[in-house]
Write a protein that binds this ligand. Sequence first.
Ligand code: ZN
Ligand code: ZN
Length: 447
Amino acid sequence: MSPQNRQEALIITALELFAGQCCESGHAMCDHTGACLDALDAQAQKNAAAACAARFDASGSVLSKRTEEPSSTWSTSELLRTVLDRVLTPPNIDWLWRSITITSALARLGERGLSPDAVLRTGFGRDLRRRILRDATAFWLAERDGSLTRDDVPAFLRGWVDLLDAEPALDGNDLTTTWTGQAVLPLSLADSARQWLRSAAVGHLVSWKISDFLAVRPGPDELVFPGGKDATRWVCDRLARTYLSEWSPASLQWELAYIRMPGKTCARAGVDPAILEERVCVEDMVVEELCHQVHTPEAHTEVDGDTMAEDLVPSLALMLRAGQLDAARTLARRAYEGCPSSPQFELAYAFCSIPTDRAESRRVLKLLDASAEPARTLIFANMAVCELFDGHTQSAQEWAAKISSPLVSDAVWLWDPVQALRGGPEVNLEPIGLWLERLHAAADQST
Ligand SMILES: [Zn+2]
Ligand SMILES: [Zn+2]
């Protein structure tokens, strides 16, 4: 038993003793109001709610109903979780049963006033987008390195793999290598996926079909429950995702409002109260998750609507390659503003600022801690690039000389030294050793 649970148990015992004595004394101790019993009741209810909250498991009961067709006897939580689980399963696995269960679960949700469009496009849209892009990227990469051919790519992913082929920023680049080792996704692909999520017919969303998809283009009000986007995600989060760490930050705010004012919050969300009563959350667990998010800002910084800074930063180099200098810098600035203590965001912002605002780049690079690798190498390399853009070849070489242990094996994104000297912004992915050689050659030649 945790110290907190022990205290809760003691409080109940104390209240029981008090109420017992108070009753015997003809309620002399509570001024004949019966408040002694009310206090005991309130505490017992609080404990029961905490126990109930701890028991909730969105996937538990769904697992035992795996072979049943979703029906009107299912809880809303079971229906939502089924949709989430199945829609993220690749469509070729058990495709007929997959399609039947998703379709009937969505229909049952629709009967309860939860629009299938809102559930799929807004409630679970981000999950679907990420899963598809991840799978498509994996196949695209495997095809590139020769471990399979286009014929091996499942039909439902071919349209997505074609989009990756058509991406100019990926020409001759390896998706896997970045500043951080994360896979890079071109933002234009994420945009196509967002567009598809907003406009494709539900059937085509379910089957992940992007090539020649049927566009139905529902209106903005049809993409959400009556309470709006955050309310939609909150309802879907709280009933389909057991762990609060998987919820969107706005959902945590909605939950706090709901705990304090259930009736009013439920009316605001535009959802039947009985649906929300399927799950109980207590304030402590919501507050705990909010604290966690405050204390780990890098993982919880959003740059726009639903893009997390962490996911965005690796894509910046591709935006720069595609010549979107201002857009990349704006996004990098937002990530940095959201979490200035993150060296990763700081470096990204300084890097994106070099072609347009070197004073700002230098200021931010100086703020970074240059005592450890690989930050040290990247800071000096970018300082050298600032000098190149300004035509100061000698100081560029001085900065470059400070790079003591080049990370020869790792390719990193850097501004091209030859182009920089001519004032031309161009980013390349190359091993730092090679980059240094080209820098020195270019600098020697121009002096
Ligand atoms: Zn004691
Ligand atoms: Zn009393």
